[in-house]
Design a protein around this ligand. Structure first.
Ligand code: FPP
Length: 241
């Protein structure tokens, strides 16, 4: 996971995004090109999270959010869904200690609806164990869908008896799964597609967007640097001049 000996953490550089969110696409194509089963691509993708997380620490990025499983992914063939669930469970059991030792705070972004009780426990354990860590935050968007998140927020707003006058953008943000998290500065999508796929659709309203043809398991530190460099050269206007 993150480097064993504390690597020198530079304070966030002015043009380094504080929060990077990644749509990790292309695991299946990566496996296919190597004549491997699709699940081998997901395993390689999981390993790559560690490499990129470490690189983020070294570059002063404070938060990394990865899109690991969308609510739509339940619609994949059952053997692939089962393999992904097994991978999430294995990874959270295997990596929690390591992440904790390396000062990584893990957060879950999404819902537990439909998730096995055992996997729910593993996720809760990872979140609970690492909650006071401050070196970097790793948000795992798992069983996440942007529209479902907004629907859930509206239901809770109504259930709480919030009046129309009280509703503004900041109130809605507080009702999302990401309530306490800052919006992403940069959203990276691998494997070349040019869409958000229901990922952080509220939170990424003003994020910079970067797409690369590189498949996620091959996305390297150099690719990360290219994305950060592209971000650093942009002028964020947030709708103003
Ligand atoms: C999209 O690639 C990727 C996914 C749906 C799964 C991503 C999951 C991981 C990288 C593992 C994460 C693990 C943990 C523990 C957080 P795709 O399969 O749609 O690729 P394709 O478009 O080439 O078929």
């Amino acid at each position: 996971m993150v480097a064993e000996s504390p690597s020198r953490v530079e304070p966030a550089q002015p043009n380094v995004p504080k929060h990077i969110a990644i749509i990790m696409d292309g695991n299946g194509r990566w496996a296919q090109r190597k004549h491997l089963p699709r699940t081998a691509g997901h395993h390689a993708g999981e390993r790559n999270i560690h490499r990129i997380l470490r690189a983020c620490v070294d570059r002063g990025v404070e938060m990394l959010t990865v899109y690991a499983f969308s609510t739509e992914n339940w619609g994949r063939p059952q053997p692939e869904v089962n393999a992904l669930m097994a991978l999430f469970e294995d990874a959270s059991e295997r990596e929690t200690r390591n992440l904790h030792k390396n000062g990584v705070k893990v957060c879950h972004v999404g819902t537990m609806y439909g998730v096995s009780p055992q996997l729910q426990r593993s996720i809760q354990k990872a979140v609970e164990t690492t909650r006071h860590n401050t070196r970097i935050t790793l948000n795992v968007a798992f069983n996440y869908g942007g529209r479902a998140e907004i629907v859930d927020a509206i239901k809770r707003i109504v259930a709480d008896g919030v009046t129309p006058d009280e509703i503004d953008e900041s109130l809605i943000s507080r009702y999302l799964y990401t309530a306490t998290l800052p919006d992403p500065d940069l959203v990276i999508r691998t494997a070349g597609e040019m869409r958000l796929s229901n990922f952080l659709i509220w939170q990424a309203a003003y994020s910079e967007y970067y797409s690369t043809p590189t498949l996620w398991p091959d996305f390297s530190k150099d690719d990360l640097d290219a994305a950060i460099e592209s971000y650093a050269a942009r002028h964020r206007k947030f709708g103003k001049l």
